[in-house]
Design a protein around this ligand. Sequence first.
Ligand code: SAM
Ligand code: DTB
Ligand code: SF4
Length: 346
Amino acid sequence: MVLVFGWQFPERPITSRLEMPTLKDLEDVYQLPLFELMQQAREVHRAKWPAQEMQLCTLLSVKTGGCSEDCSYCAQSARYQTGLDAGKLMSTEEILPVAEQAKQNGSTRFCMGAAWKGVRDGDKRFEQVLDTIREVSKLGMEVCVTLGQLSDAEAEKLRDAGVTAYNHNIDTSPEHYGNIVTTHTFQDRLNTIGAVQRAGMAVCCGGILGLGESETDRLRMLEVLCSFDPAPESVPINCLMPMPGTPLEESPPVDSFELVRLIATARIFLPGAKIRLSAGRTQLSREAQAMCFFAGANSVFYGEKLLTAANPGVNEDLELLEILGLTPQKPFSDLPNPHNEPASAL
Ligand code: SAM
Ligand code: DTB
Ligand code: SF4
């Protein structure tokens, strides 16, 4: 480390970092003066990604509510009175038009979520989801699913059906995880991520800010993400949407500058990952979102609804992209295309 006007700067250009960062490495970068941190993150971003592109992803909750788990942030847990009715698994016929509309609106990734602890090979509902994935993957968008815990057999079936990425978040640090969820462990999350990696699907894995964690917990979460081999393909950074009826309903909002710092640090240490500014954009000003994009966020959830919570409107987002001179990313421009179609044909 070198000291410049009392601030510690890493000795080497950060883009040349090859080894796994320690918590201290992450802290040193996270605590740089804000503009220095943002500038370094922007340099990494420009070296690795088209500078003005934004990936647009649409979410659909294909099986809502009634979940057995006690994740204290989640409106879909059956353990809390959140006013959400548990729904049935949506049929392929119900899902396809939503996916088609998402494509029409400019989304290049379609993410289907189910409020399950996990899936079981051979289960009728899992077979139904596989059928849906086979149909949705014909539309030429990236297909992501988040269905809870998996083992190897289920992961391989999802890959064969056409899933390009599996979302399974670690959500917070290993130390804080037990304060937020008691019905499964941090290690259970890592085991599922291992199954996804062994099956050769891209891993979409990130977390939530605003769960009562410290800034060190957030960096510990990043440290774990940086230890993945291969590195995650995408990293969703959610800000808690305090859902009525959940234990975290009264949580204070996340500080925007802390969010920008975390995104910039993630961009620097995970240069090849999409950083997705995920839940919580309705609580952020346009200026705060612009700072997140400058700091390296190059993906958002697009469409009025997340899974159960609100998201900015399509027109509002298109207007923001236009004001900032950003353009939607093309599909499969950085992922293997399962249909071998050139991105320009999609
Ligand atoms: N059941 C699956 C699981 O737990 O992985 C998939 C669905 S779960 C709703 C997906 C992710 O959404 C969670 O891991 C969490 O990061 C995020 N999430 C859920 N509720 C949230 C909330 N109220 N605010 C912000 N993010 C939330
Ligand atoms: C992720 O990290 N965020 C998305 C997606 N992966 C599945 C979900 C956000 C959920 C926000 C709360 C809700 O809609 O209930
Ligand atoms: Fe269930 Fe996932 Fe919500 Fe946890 S986050 S309660 S596992 S749907």
